[in-house]
Design a protein around this ligand. Structure first.
Ligand code: HEM
Length: 196
């Protein structure tokens, strides 16, 4: 049976254990870093649960009605018309020879956004070199001067665009003939997508 003395002793052991554990955590930078990561992950889990599935994507949706799906190829000059400043506000970005409709990411690429310089342009070279300086060249950029690591980086970025945004068509090289797509078909025929 526990006497008042043993209860008191237990409480003292418990509090000194707790104090020791806290000292261990707060006096070691490594443990503090791990603690911050754990708190951040818990915050993310709780936030996602509260907002429900798809809530984050919904937050990315523009308030205005969704634009009809677009399917066509572009020269660099034609692409320039879709920087979000035109009446329908559609924003297109070229990556690795392919064009993506990034309108739902307007807060990034739309006018005034942090990556607005990618809008209506081929962003491949920017993504490879981590630059947001506008690439105003009117000619198709074959990226042939870039190294293997830079090309890998472009492909990694493209994977992200492919996952998040709609594929629209190809970026046309000088003199390349555009593909005629069946715009009535909902078929996800990406056979023409450039894989370079
Ligand atoms: C100080 C430098 C930078 C900071 C702090 C930063 C921060 C961020 C953050 C927080 C996001 C995620 C936004 C979200 O998902 O809510 C993001 C996305 C992105 N960043 Fe940066 N960034 C920086 C520089 C750059 C540079 C130099 C580039 C150019 C290659 C770049 C390209 C992108 C792109 C393409 C996205 C994806 C947007 C999307 O989801 O469509 N960032 N950045």
């Amino acid at each position: 049976m526990e006497t008042p003395n043993t209860v008191e002793a237990d409480a003292t052991v418990e509090s000194s254990f707790l104090a020791g554990a806290l000292r261990e955590i707060f006096y070691s930078p490594m443990n503090l870093a791990l603690l911050s990561i754990i708190c951040f992950l818990i915050y993310k889990i709780v936030r996602d649960r509260c907002e429900g599935p798809g809530a984050r994507d919904a937050a990315l949706q523009p308030a205005e009605p969704e634009l009809p799906k677009m399917r066509r190829d572009f020269t660099i000059k034609e692409l320039r018309e879709f920087d979000g400043n035109q009446p329908d506000g559609r924003v297109l970005v070229g990556v690795n020879g392919n064009v993506y409709d990034v309108t739902k990411g307007k807060r990034f690429y739309g006018p005034g956004g942090p990556y607005a310089t990618f809008a209506g342009r081929d962003a491949s070279r920017n993504l490879a070199t981590f630059s947001v300086v506008a690439n105003d060249k009117d000619e198709y950029d074959d990226l042939s001067d870039l190294g293997a690591m830079e090309m890998d980086s472009i492909r990694d970025w493209e994977m992200q665009f492919k996952e998040k945004y709609e594929y629209v068509g190809k970026l046309l090289r000088n003199g390349e003939v555009p593909t005629i797509y069946d715009n009535d078909s909902n078929d996800e025929d990406d056979n023409n997508k450039k894989d370079e």
